[in-house]
Design a protein around this ligand. Structure first.
Ligand SMILES: [Zn+2]
Length: 208
């Protein structure tokens, strides 16, 4: 998932700021007899869903990093059904369904679960999301009303140790299923992937 571009609108909720970048003092430890990625000063809450998550600040101040995604705000949007633009609920109060921009490739098969790392978009901010996230426009998007969704994986960087014991990145931004524990042990998660289910298509979205 790529980042946003500057628009005349607000800075999207999931877009990070340079000052929110933190050092990642990565190390390997032994957990249940297996090597596991950790921080040298890790806190228990830095693991979720069986994987270590990229550490980042939450000040939302400073220089905007339009091409990146804020790990903890993206994860929060995915877990709580929050809008990627405003960070508030994307659930329609009348139907209880979550508003989500999805690629039109999905059209015709609304019964199959569909994995995505793109957070929901509330109805009020569909236009703003399409302006700020141009890649959303590239797949003839449709706005869907999603009845259910659940976490299935993460986008992550994989790490290993070189001959001198230094922690090195070996793979960048690959999808890993939450059942792939042999990979999760070496992974630093940066975005949560959910599968959306029980979809109702809305009108195709006009590119702006
Ligand atoms: Zn919104």
């Amino acid at each position: 998932m790529t980042g946003a571009v500057a628009t005349q609108f607000r800075k999207p909720y999931v877009t990070p700021y340079e000052e929110e970048s933190l050092d990642l003092p990565l190390a390997f430890e032994c957990a249940d007899g297996l090597p596991r990625l950790t921080y040298r000063d890790a806190l228990p809450q830095e693991w979720m869903l069986g994987v270590l998550w990229a550490r980042c600040g939450t000040a939302r101040e400073g220089k905007v990093q339009w091409n990146l995604v804020h790990t903890l705000r993206q994860r929060r949007c995915m877990l709580k059904g929050l809008c990627r633009v405003c960070g508030k609920s994307a659930t329609a109060p009348d139907t209880g369904r979550v508003s989500w921009i999805l690629p039109s490739a999905l059209a015709g098969d609304f019964r199959s679960p569909w994995p995505t790392a793109h957070p929901p978009t509330c109805k009020a901010h569909v236009g703003e999301a399409l302006a700020a996230f141009p890649y959303l426009r590239g797949e003839a998007p449709v706005v869907c009303a999603v009845g259910d969704y659940s976490p299935v994986g993460v986008l992550a960087n994989l790490y290993g140790e070189d001959d001198d014991g230094r922690v090195m990145e070996t793979h960048h931004q690959i999808p890993i299923g939450l059942n792939e524990s042999h990979l999760l042990n070496r992974a630093l998660a940066t975005q949560l992937i959910v599968q959306v289910m029980d979809l109702q298509p809305a009108e195709p979205v006009a590119a702006r």
